[in-house]
Design a protein around this ligand. Sequence first.
Ligand code: T5A
Length: 219
Amino acid sequence: MEEARQVDATRRGRFITLEGPDGAGKTTQAHLVAAILRAHGKEVVTTREPGGTAVGNRLRQVLLDPETPVQPTTETLLMFAARAEHVARVIEPALAAGRWVVCDRFTDSTFAYQGDGRGIAKGDIEALAAFTHAGCWPDLTLCLDVPPATSAERMHERTLDGFEREDGDFHRRVREGFAKRAAKEARIVVIDGSRALDMVSRAVRNTVEAFIRRSEATR
Ligand code: T5A
């Protein structure tokens, strides 16, 4: 029995998330992270939240639609409903098969947006996280930090979803929410995402390559 557990632990992949305010550059950097991992011989699954499954994508449409605003409690429960499906159907099976999962947003976003942004109690979010994905937390989180003005500048030419249409105070609280999470969780590495793309990419590359080295040393 003990031997079987050790074999599973050796095979398990790693879970990397990208976090930060809207327009911070997460999607751009998620592509780079996946490319770095593949260059190191890892099998990679890239995904995002809310979404990542058929049901998750339908919930994403509801959550991001500015024409159907919902109560903060409803919003929080829908985020976790999408996440429950995502963890069970995509993230856990991939990790168990030894693949590395790169996910654009996860529960740190719920703490920042629904917690600090909307005022949902952190204890309630912690309880929902324990109910939905106890034992499945990211091994590494890259949190791209940008001020609200930079986010707004980067998004100015596109149609904004419900979250992106929130006012500056909401976006300031969300940014502070991510900073609070980073102060609490050692797995979260904050990267200044407001710099030129090549500088942000270099910082991301250094962090991911150091993480790969640490992971290989502990295998
Ligand atoms: N949400 C999500 C919650 O409220 N609670 C939750 O629990 C979860 C999981 C998701 C929304 O849902 C909310 C948060 C979000 O508001 P989304 O469309 O997936 O909606 O939103 P984002 O994740 O914010 O995706 P975005 O596309 O808006 O932002 P990204 O991915 O951070 O940024 P990216 O890479 O698309 O870049 C944006 C633009 O900036 C440029 C890019 O080329 C692009 O044009 N760019 C840079 N320009 C200059 N310098 C750099 N360093 C740049 N990096 C990127």
